[in-house]
Design a protein around this ligand. Structure first.
Ligand SMILES: [Zn+2]
Length: 238
């Protein structure tokens, strides 16, 4: 089976990272956002195989504020978001922000979820490793719910994601990735609602799942909308 057909098994539509960022950029220019008047923010995993989209965002929007934690969780909070806002250009009396938020999952050439290869390492590796580790703990029946000060981000991942998972249910890695996407988007939106003043700012939220394929990364788009002059406008990646 070709990798495109494998992708179709799991996702209704996917784009390369370049297509995805370019199309979202173009759609947003229609609403007054561009690389001169907008600051971008990104929330993606720390994994090096996730970083390629950073270069694409930089190419289209300029250097972006980095909200990223393990698994792409949004733990930067009000302080992180407020910092990004204070760095935004002010053009025509407005600040403009564009937020990209994407957890990730690998799919190998056989269609196995979570499996990837790493340069210079024999055998198979896992992505997202942080989510896979948490999923394994759930399977084992023992999840450490304390804050481990030597493992802060992973502790926060467990605590945050368990709020989204019905008691006793163990999602597989694919389902857990979608759960993570929902948590990231919810936390980002909750914080935006508290911090962003829509009277003086326009912003856009772009979410999806980054798929680490055998040769390159893809994106399945989830939410895409802008808030312009206080009104929410639903957009489509196309
Ligand atoms: Zn990861």
């Amino acid at each position: 089976m070709s990798f495109e057909n494998i992708l179709k098994k799991y996702f209704d539509k996917t784009y390369t990272e370049i297509e995805f960022v370019k199309r979202t950029y173009e759609a947003l220019t229609q609403l007054g956002f561009n690389n001169e008047n907008t600051i971008a923010g990104k929330c993606i995993c720390r994994d090096e195989i996730s970083q390629s989209i950073r270069s694409v965002i930089k190419y289209m929007w300029g250097e972006a504020f980095n909200f990223s934690s393990l698994a792409g969780m949004f733990f930067a909070g009000k302080t992180g978001l407020a910092a990004a806002m204070h760095h935004a250009p002010i053009k025509d009396g407005k600040e403009r922000y564009v937020f990209y938020a994407l957890p990730h999952v690998a799919i190998n050439e056989e269609g196995r979820i979570g499996v990837c290869k790493r340069e210079g390492r024999a055998g198979e590796s896992t992505a997202c490793g942080a989510l896979a580790a948490f999923q394994k703990e759930m399977v084992s029946g023992k999840v450490n719910l304390t804050m481990d000060n030597e493992d802060v981000e992973q502790s926060l991942i467990r605590m945050r994601l368990l709020r989204e998972i019905p008691y006793g249910h163990i999602p597989d890695l694919f389902e857990l990735t979608k759960t993570t996407l929902n948590a990231i988007q919810t936390d980002l939106e909750t914080t935006i609602n508290k911090v962003v003043d829509i009277k003086k700012s326009d912003y856009a939220v772009i979410t999806g799942i980054q798929i680490n394929g055998p040769d390159t990364n893809y994106v399945w788009p989830a939410a895409f909308y802008a808030v312009v002059n206080g009104k929410q406008i639903q957009l489509k990646v196309e």
